[in-house]
Design a protein around this ligand. Sequence first.
Ligand code: KPL
Length: 291
Amino acid sequence: MTPPLPHWYLLGAGNMGTLAAWHLLQAGHSVTVIKSGNGVSLTKILQLPDGHSTTFTLPVLAPEALTGPIDHLLVAVKTPYSQFALSPITHRIHPDSLVVRFQNGLGALDGLLPMGVAIVDAVSTSAVKGQHPHHQIVAENTTWLGGPIDEPGWFRELQSHWPNLQWCENIHTPQWKKLVANVVINPLTALHDVPNGHIVDNPALRQLAEQLCAEADAVLQALDPSWPGHSLNSVLAVASATAGNTSSMRADWQHGAITEIEAINGWLVKQAGRLGIPAPHNRRIVALLTK
Ligand code: KPL
């Protein structure tokens, strides 16, 4: 007998949470949003890459209304809100729960989950924009899932409903590549209030990009000597490919929202400190973007 498809609880029904929920529903999984307040459901209007829009509704439960264990949890809240979102529900997470972390940066869930819980990381190069209830999938690029477990039985079927989804045995590689792009592009576009392409076109920003990137490569190489380094060209390629985009950190900074700097450059600075590697440019940018 085939096991039943997972029932997912979702923390964070923003752009990435909505993308994941849509594909999970398409594959026959069910998804309930955990959100404080009186709402009983969230209706989403999602524009797909072919231009068509689809509307779907997700049930909502307040954390205190949950009963029973959480077996499958998808964490897609912005990194600074991780603790606030998780603390009311951690007693429902158990050592056999599967937690998928769909967030920028690294380390945002460290110390927040009960011991022994498997965290699968989701790393996506897809671009989704908008604000509840309207979201638009601008580009559906590769999304990798991977972590300390074998590929789950339901993954293949999910893959047939989620374009360019891959299981990755070594999630560090796509994760660190995305991290370096975020380390460079996000804070510079936020501080200088420019779209991503300016990192390539503006010589002063390009020089700052080189400095941030070289520090990131030094730290990652110290953590894993097989890290190839020389990431600048791939970072500039991401900036070119998303030239007209507003990075997520620029958008947060423009709205006066707390940014993900702590999980991106902050994570790097913490590692650099532990390893005794100087990272003055990253340290400075963390200070500038920390409110
Ligand atoms: O991931 C991104 C972000 O904005 O957070 C990049 C790659 C910089 C694209 O905008």
